[in-house]
Design a protein around this ligand. Structure first.
Ligand SMILES: NC(=O)C1=CN([C@@H]2O[C@H](COP(=O)(O)OP(=O)(O)OC[C@H]3O[C@@H](n4cnc5c(N)ncnc54)[C@H](OP(=O)(O)O)[C@@H]3O)[C@@H](O)[C@H]2O)C=CC1
Ligand SMILES: O=C(O)CCC(=O)C(=O)O
Ligand SMILES: [Mg+2]
Length: 473
């Protein structure tokens, strides 16, 4: 029973089977309008989604929207500090698939992120953010069309666990004392390091379970892509944080070479195999020299490890992956996070699916969005095994709130992701076509209008939605 909301009379629940949604023709879908520009974006988005569904299915399928509350709007209805009412949590749990506008999170103090809470409470462990270019979108980049990536960002741990202690509190002092006096001295690799006594402390846990379930989804996604896009890049800062970021990489490779052994090849394996393909008589040591820069300068022990690696690869997968067979597999490689930021700008077409931990994925998804036209065109989904919430990459953009000027494109495209998730591809395709045609006709909101050459008069948020719909015909 709900306290202050009532589900629509018509429609039924989406259920889940083996992690996939089972969708009735008239699903009930909860939505959160959102704070800030949510007041402008949501009505525009709902209009586009509803019209696309009506146009595609002529009444055979339709969404029954169920309004639920979070953020400022929730406080108006439920009372002070009731930012995320139990009603809302219950409705999302019950109906399984939801869509939302952005919600405000204060910096420094105040409530913790409602967006993050929704992802954690529902164990929506994969934050999926595709970044592709729509023809005609102005971009600061010369060849924005070369970027076509899907970011799979871990959505429940790393900084999102939000376990931290404020500087100067008793708990912060106790943790620092424990670390400085017991744990660091007991770990020889940390030498004489000490944490400053006036530090705030944050914990960055990265688990094998959390990493592998995210990377599993990323690999499965890559398997659904055209052959030339079947690549997963593990993004990490494992050179610096070896047991968290480095472990993410290692667990990714472990998964790719066990659970997905038949479907995947690692970049390093591909070098070993192709060296043998080019020169069938190549010795193990020659192969090692070719795959490992500076091999000859390594200690004998390290050289032996690399030679063993090569022998193992050739023994175990030559018959299944050798003789060019690896070229039909999903390529799994890894790149250090800072280099990925420059490479998505300088060599964007070398990337396809990026699997990241939480913080790296947060940064890289905004950066990739900028390449293809900015945050106004950046959709996203938070996916778990029994629930999914769709939402844009951007936030509440408060200075534009209530002005009917913001670009609703990201939430509309999040709606496209939702329709695809439901299996309603025809409606999703109509919206994608409508957006493409509107942009090609230079019918855009302020963010894109200001970059167009020659400049164009911007449409309002609501007018952009109408322009998209006009292109459905
Ligand atoms: N999932 C969520 O709900 C998220 C919530 N947030 C929260 O949102 C609040 C504001 O965050 P902030 O850092 O300002 O980031 P925002 O993403 O809200 O906005 C930053 C800038 O990005 C541009 N932008 C954002 N949305 C759009 C859009 N739809 N169309 C066109 N341009 C857009 C605007 O640039 P310009 O003014 O130059 O045109 C805007 O000023 C914070 O409380 C933050 O925590 C942040 C991210 C995600
Ligand atoms: O929850 C927030 O306020 C920020 C979330 C965010 O930046 C994101 O999801 O990318
Ligand atoms: Mg972000």
């Amino acid at each position: 029973m709900y306290e202050k909301i009532t589900p629509p009379d018509i429609g039924s629940r989406i259920t889940f089977k083996n992690g996939e949604p089972v969708v009735p023709d008239n699903p009930i879908i909860p939505f959160i309008r959102g704070d800030g520009t949510g007041v402008d974006i949501w009505p525009a988005s709902q209009m586009v989604i509803d019209t696309a569904v009506q146009t595609a299915y002529q009444g055979k399928r339709q969404i029954s929207w169920f309004k639920v509350y979070a953020g400022d709007e929730a406080c108006d209805i439920y009372g002070t500090y009731q930012y995320l009412p139990e009603d809302t949590l219950q409705a999302i749990k019950e109906y399984g698939v939801a869509i939302k506008g952005p919600l405000t999170t204060p910096v420094g103090g105040g409530i913790r992120s409602l967006n993050v809470a929704l992802r954690q409470i529902n164990d929506l462990y994969a934050c999926v953010r595709p970044c592709r270019y729509y023809e005609g979108t102005p971009s600061p980049h010369k060849y924005p069309e070369k970027l076509d990536v899907i970011i799979y960002r871990e959505n429940t741990e790393d900084i999102y666990l939000g376990i931290e202690w404020r500087q100067g509190t008793e708990m912060a002092e106790r943790i620092i004392s424990l670390l400085n006096n017991e744990l660091i001295p007991a770990s020889p690799e940390h030498g004489k390091k000490q944490i400053r006594l006036d530090s705030g402390i944050g914990i960055k846990p990265i688990s094998k379970t959390g990493s592998q379930r995210l990377i599993r989804r990323a690999i499965r996604h890559a398997l659904r892509l055209p052959k030339n896009k079947q690549m997963v890049t593990l993004v990490h800062k494992g050179n610096i944080m070896k047991y968290t970021e480095g472990a993410f990489r290692d667990w990714g490779y472990e998964l790719a070479t066990t659970e997905f052994r038949n479907e995947c090849v690692t970049e390093r394996e591909s070098w070993i195999l192709s060296n043998k393909e080019v020169n069938p008589d190549i010795s193990i040591a020659e192969n090692a020299q070719m795959i490992e820069p500076g091999f000859n300068a390594l200690t004998a022990e390290k050289q032996a490890v690399i030679c063993q690696e090569i022998e193992k690869v050739l023994d175990s997968i030559w018959s299944t992956h050798g003789s060019d067979q690896w070229k039909d597999k999903v390529m799994v490689n890894d790149r250090i996070a800072d280099s990925v930021f420059q490479q998505i700008q300088t060599r964007p077409d070398e990337y396809s699916v990026l699997a990241t931990m939480n913080l790296n994925g947060d940064y890289v998804s905004d950066a990739a969005a900028a390449v293809v036209g900015g945050l106004g065109m950046a959709p996203g989904a938070n996916i778990g095994d029994e629930c999914a919430i769709f939402e844009a990459t951007h936030g509440t953009a408060p200075k534009h709130a209530g002005l009917d000027r913001i670009n609703p494109g990201s939430v509309i495209l999040s709606g496209v992701m939702m329709l695809e998730y439901l299996g309603w591809q025809e409606a999703a395709d109509l919206i994608k076509q409508g957006i493409s045609d509107a942009i090609a006709n230079r019918q855009v909101t302020y963010d894109l209008a200001r970059l167009m050459e020659p400049p164009v008069e911007p449409l309002k948020c609501s007018e952009f939605a109408e322009a998209i719909i006009k292109h459905f015909q």
